[in-house]
Every structure is written in C-alpha cells, then in structure tokens.
Write a protein that binds this ligand. Structure first.
Ligand SMILES: [Zn+2]
Length: 562
C-alpha cells in the first residue's frame, strides 16, 4: 500500500497532500474495517466527507481515538450527524466520529451537565484543550445510528487545519480491495445549440459493452461541435457488497490527457456544487448519478485536476476519426477502462432545437422576480448555475416553478400575499411543496404582516396549506398511575403528521428533564440514571409544538422507589 504515495503526487496539488503522516492514525473501531461509504462518494446535495464503517448491523461498538489529542467540539443534533465528537490532534488534524449512540462515561458526564444547564438535548460545545484529553486507542464513544443515519455505522472523518475533509485512506488506513470499479452508464452531451450527438442536439446514453478484465467499449457514435462525456461508476471492496465511490477518473482525447478528477480533499463550501457536477436531471428521473467528465462553467470544485479545454471535446473536422478513453481507478489502483470511437459528423444545418414553450429565460448572474396571482417569486443572483428557461405559472393559488430537474445553488424566495386570509387564524398557514403525486410537504414559512414567506432550494410546485391539528403524545413503556421502580427509562412517541415536530419540553415535578429525540422512530426518551427526581410521587409533563405553533400538553403521574 506504500505505493499509494505515487498516486497522491499530482499536478496542481498543494504540497501538503504529498506529505500526509502515514500510520499516525489507528482504526477508529476495534473491529475489522468494512466500508458502506467511501470518501467523496456522491450523495444528495453533497460529497461524502468521510468513511462510513460498518458495525455488523449493531450499535454499541467501541469507538476509539485514532490518535492522542483533545476533544475540541461536541455537537448533538436531531438530524445530520446526530451525536458527534471531534478530536484535535497535536499535528493539526481533527478526527470526527458521528452518529454515535453515546459517549465514554467522563465525556457523557461533561455533556449532560451542560445539557441540563442549557435545558436542551441539541447542543454544541467547544471544550478547552485541557478539559477532555484523550490517548490514542482510548474508547471515547460507542457507535450508533443517531441523526440522519440510515442504519448502524460509524461516520469517520479526518479534517485538515482549514477544516477541509481529506480522504482518510491517504493516511495509510488499509482496507483490502482487489475488485475493479463498475461501469454502469455512459452518456454523451452536446454542449451548445450547434453541437450534435448522432445528428441530434440531445444528450444520449451510449450502450456499454464489457470486454472482460475491466475493459469496456461503447457503441461507436458520431458527433459535431463541442461535446462532453459522462459516466456512472461505482467501486466495491472485498469485504462488503456496498457500492462505494471511486478514487480517480481520468480521460484521454486522441491519446492526450483531457480531464481528471480525484477524490482526495474538498471543502464544505464546495460540496453543493455536486449538483452541477452530476447530470442532475438524469438523477432526478432515474436515481442514478452520472458524473460529467468536463468542468461546468463556474464550478469551483477542487476535485478537478489539470484539464485540456476543461475536458470538453471539440469536433469540428468532418469525417475525422477520434478516440476517447476513460480510466477509472479505486484507491488501491484497480483500473477499469472504457474506449470509445467517435466519428466527426458534419454540422447539421437543419437542426430543430427544442422550443422552450411559454418559458422565461432567467439569467444566472442577475436577480429575477415575478408576481403570479398572490405569489411573488424571487430567484436571487447566483441561484442558478447557468442561464435557464423556466416554466413559471399560477392557477388557483398553486404556483408552478418549473420542475425539479434543474439544481439551485441558493434559496429562491416565495412570498404569498395573505390578504384573502385576513381574520382566518393566519399563523396556521404555511407554504407547502406539492409533489407530482399530490402529497404536500411543509416548507418552513414565516408570516410578517400579511406576507407569508418561504425559502427553498428546490424547483417545483408550491401551494398554501393550513394546519390546525396539534401533535400527538403517547406513552410507550408506562401508563399514568403506575409504579415504575423497574423502569430504566421513560419513553413516549411524539408525532405531528402535517408540519412536523418543531419543539418539545419535558419536566418531572416541575424540573427540566433531558429527553433524547430520535426523529426516525418519533421517540423521546428520559434515562432515570440522570437522577432528576428521588421522590416517590412524580408528575411528568410533556409539551410538544408543531411547525405552525399548535401544541399538545401531556400529563402523567407515577410512583417510583430506587
Ligand atoms: Zn457518513
């Protein structure tokens, strides 16, 4: 694995990636490392910033400090990373451990004290460098499934001094991989209105033919003008069947290097540009991700390496024959190659371009605003990646803003004039996103004067809804009036079907109790070991509020002796 050092010396790279410390970090789990997610893997609206390490479908595996250091940050949130621990090391790197079930006892004690002081489960702490020192190999937490985790695993990251995540495998962490990257789809794109693929100004999927041993070709095709190629590829490692991301993709046009991207480091403020890097419309329609092997205009992604003409191919010489090659490698250097033959076709003088019927051209570098019915739509400058034709219409208080096949980088703003609702409990109204199958999803909306405002990064159809139903609260492991001396916990199910749970608060005999909330199961749980009450007779009060302010109060009495 030492030869990996060869891979990390690249054009355009800063010095630091060439001299990463090897064998400084040990495995963050004391079980065999099997990955369900790799660094840079393509995810919804982001590149994956670490390794997802499998924990045998269970929670509770020992999570150990990958190197000595101090706990520099603790973040507990309902969504996202759930319970997460950050350790900063003397060499300037920080390791991150996320979706944890709980922390080691002294860290757990440190956090609980502050959760009770702030009366909040969600918390963010930046301990001093002397507060929580840890040794390499020390158990600092137990693996879990908290936050936006789809199954028990450990999310592990290594970040540099500028908080940029780096591929942890570059630090000598070894995971056996002898399998070749998978090649699933290849697509060719005309990049302007004059360019053609097989005579048409439309992107086209090309048939992929496997020749064995990681060699592929596509059906031959003809093209004219400026075009680009895209690939849908994944990698599998030896110990698990999960389909992870690849490490490097390089292309050659007529034998000369054309484009390269390497998944070794990026920064969080670049991560949303993934929606411009992939064929977003193809993803929305097929749920598979095709990576463009050319740099979209304005993309700041640092995953790109040296390119020729940004990886775009110029085919202006009728009858000429061209070759194009895509070389895909995983971290261990296993190589899959696709060879393509392209015939240069003549310019199509009779090209029929798609007529953008009733569409409005919205410039990407100017702010755009339009009023339709009671709605005013604003698309701020820099929200679109390129100038785009959008279909915008309104009918019976439903605003259609194109459809979700074009990515937005920033929020667009929807304002709704509430004058027809004056006097009708206006605070209970919200803007909802209406799916093609008619389901309505709450979009966080604020009412100021007579204007209801929502921000969203998703094109699509929006309407007005009113939620007057309060949340429900149901005890799960007890009933009011019972003796609960044997209970270790109090667990309740809290739900709000329409706009969702916005906040909850629980007290025992008037004193705040810490309840941990898991949005995936709708459960809130109090652990009696917190010791808030030593009374025999207890009164529990739980108040849950939804996203438009409807609230429900639940009360129960119970007896308990330790
Ligand atoms: Zn992860």
């Amino acid at each position: 694995m030492l030869f990996c050092g060869l891979f990390i010396v690249r054009f355009g790279e800063s010095q630091t990636l060439q001299n990463l410390p090897q064998d400084y970090f040990v495995h963050p789990l004391d079980i065999e490392l099997k990955l369900s997610g790799s660094f840079g893997e393509l995810r919804s609206n982001h590149f994956h910033s670490g390794l997802d390490i499998k924990t045998n479908q269970r929670t509770g595996a020992n999570v150990i400090a990958a190197a000595a250091g101090y706990v520099s940050r603790i973040k507990i949130e309902h969504y996202g990373y759930g319970k997460a621990l950050y350790i900063t090391h003397p060499n300037g790197y920080t390791t991150v451990y996320a979706h944890l079930e709980k922390f080691a006892p002294r860290i757990e004690e440190y956090i609980k004290k502050r959760q009770y002081e702030q009366e909040s489960y969600e918390i963010q702490l930046y301990p001093d460098d002397l507060d929580l020192r840890v040794d390499q190999g020390e158990t600092v937490a137990y693996s879990g499934n908290t936050g936006g985790s789809g199954g028990p695993h450990l999310h592990f990251e290594i970040r540099d001094g500028d908080a940029r995540p780096i591929n942890p495998l570059l630090f000598g962490i070894k995971i056996p991989d002898s399998r070749l990257p998978l090649v699933k789809q290849i697509k060719a794109y005309p990049l302007d209105t004059e360019s053609t693929i097989n005579g048409k100004n439309e992107a086209q999927l090309l048939r992929v033919i496997s020749l064995g041993s990681g060699k592929f070709k596509t059906e031959p095709f003809s093209a004219y003008g400026e075009i680009g190629i895209g690939v849908n590829t994944n990698d599998q490692m030896d110990a698990a069947s999960n389909q992870n991301g690849v490490y490097d993709i390089k292309t050659y046009f007529n034998g000369k290097p054309s484009f390269e991207m390497t998944f070794d480091r990026f920064s969080f403020d670049e991560t949303r540009y993934i929606n411009q890097m992939i064929d977003y419309e193809h993803f929305q329609q097929n749920k598979s991700r095709i990576s463009k092997l050319f740099i979209p205009d304005g993309s700041p992604l640092s995953l790109y390496r040296e390119t020729n003409n940004n990886g775009k191919l110029k085919l202006l010489d009728p009858e000429a024959k061209h070759t194009y090659k895509i070389a895909i490698t995983d971290f261990d250097g296993n190589l899959s190659e696709i060879n393509m033959d392209i015939t240069n076709e003549s310019k199509n003088e009779y090209l029929s371009l798609k007529d953008p019927k009733n569409a409005t051209l919205v410039a990407h570098n100017e702010s755009f605003s339009t009023t339709k019915g009671s709605f005013t739509l604003t698309i701020p400058k820099g929200t679109l990646y390129e100038d785009t034709f959008l279909n915008i219409s309104e009918n019976a208080d439903v605003l259609k803003v194109h459809e979700d096949v074009i990515p937005l980088h920033k929020n667009m703003i929807l304002n709704y004039d509430m004058k027809s609702k004056v006097g009708d409990d206006m605070g209970k109204y919200y803007i909802a996103r209406i799916t093609p199958w008619g389901a309505a999803y709450h979009v966080s909306s604020t009412l100021k004067g007579n204007t209801l405002t929502a921000f969203t990064k998703t094109l699509g159809t929006y309407g007005i809804r009113k939620d007057t139903n309060p949340p429900t609260i149901v005890p799960v492991n007890f009933k009011s009036g019972q003796w609960l001396s044997k209970n270790k916990t109090l667990t309740l199910k809290i739900e709000d079907k329409e706009t969702g749970v916005q906040a909850y608060r629980a007290t025992l005999n008037g004193k705040f109790i810490l309840m941990e909330y898991d949005y995936k199961t709708d459960l809130i749980t109090y652990d009696f070991s917190n010791g808030v009450s030593t009374e025999t007779d207890n009164q529990l009060v739980v108040i849950v509020t939804d996203n438009v302010g409807n609230s429900t109060k639940f009360e129960a009495n119970f007896q308990r002796k330790e």
